[in-house]
Design a protein around this ligand. Sequence first.
Ligand code: 5AD
Ligand code: SF4
Length: 439
Amino acid sequence: MANAKTFYLETFGCQMNAHDSEKVIGTLEQQGYTQVEAELDADLLLYNTCSIRDKAEQKVFNRLNDYKKLAREGKRFAVLGCVAQQEGEKIFDRAPYVSLVAGSASYRKLPEMLARLEAGETRITGLDDRQTDETFETEFTARKNPYRAYITIIEGCDKFCAYCVVPYTRGKERSRGSDSVLEEARRIADSGYTEIQLLGQNVNSYRDPQGARSFAELLAAVGQIPGIRRVRFTTSHPRDFTRDIVDVIDAVPTLCDHVHLPVQSGSSRVLRQMAREYTRDWYLERIAWIKSAKRPISISTDLIVGFPGETPLEFEETITLLDAVQYDAVFGFKYSPRPNTPALVMIDSIPDAEKATRLQILLDRQREIQRANYEKHIGETVEVMVEGNNPVREQVIGRSSQNKPVNFTWNHPIAPAPGTYHQVRITRAFPNSLVGEAI
Ligand code: 5AD
Ligand code: SF4
């Protein structure tokens, strides 16, 4: 590789991946690399991949195929993330010009892997496969989001839901010490960020290795750091959702009015097949806790339709769950069989067209629920943190504490900067966003 070491990095998948990439960029920059925006300008091309659904690995191989000719120009390739961990050395067989394959549980070894790459080695792997107890902490993180700082507090997953690849791609569950989390949060606040989002595959399964703080206590401590105005956390697992999380949201004003609590299905039988380890009623009890809070906590969820064996009546139970909870946002997915997962032995019995129909019914129903929920905000004044602006519509784009998108007009020559807060009076509502004017 030449003296001026340049890299191009592209990220797919969830916020954990987005934040892993920020840490990978920090690590590369510390090793003397410079990030470039165009693949053609880079010596090293890295893809941080996702394998959650829809034959994602196929997309990665197609992508690598498209870039075969860049390999002939001497560029080198690295595949990171969940497809890397899932496919392992098979990636070298299908795309021999790839030099490095590493899953997220091996990123702490990146400096060493990069040194080997620079020494001309090929077929370098970091495939920890549920071996490590360590977390990935970098001296330097290249935070790319101008208004929200991510902090990973727990990595990996030990839940083994029947449909899910994550326990196989992100390794076993391991939490960071709460002192180290708080130290990072303080540094972030000192650098000017006001919003922190704590991340984990199951963020509320957090277990402080020092035994000093529970998850709720950690939330409170982050929320009390001077300068921090908003704290979010994602994703929560119903199994580990305790009542003290609601109490702490009530008690600490900087914690946002939002909980994302994936339910996956409204049918207790399907939930059992999915190995979710809770029933519909058990989940609804947690929802009741959240709804009994003093603050207006918004609730969102993830749902899977067409899990093997899901009957029309069981699907109907998912629809009645929507009515019962009245979510503010739903991410709905068609079941997709994933390598290594326990559900693979169950027959993927529901044809894709039927899954698509169920998903459409679900999204249509939810749209009506959201239409009603969002309309209730008309006339209210909400605090919005600016994320950007839409010059065509002459609107500023931001989010409320409840995580609802708010677009608002602004009577000033200079639009407010990302990361600033404004009081906005809501004048119109759509099923997915609110519209208002700054006051
Ligand atoms: N098929 C469909 N959806 C899935 N999810 C996870 N695994 C699968 C799968 N095999 C969904 C779940 C999860 C979200 C991140 O992706 O709803 O909460
Ligand atoms: Fe995709 Fe899941 Fe990996 Fe995130 S953890 S990148 S969603 S497979």
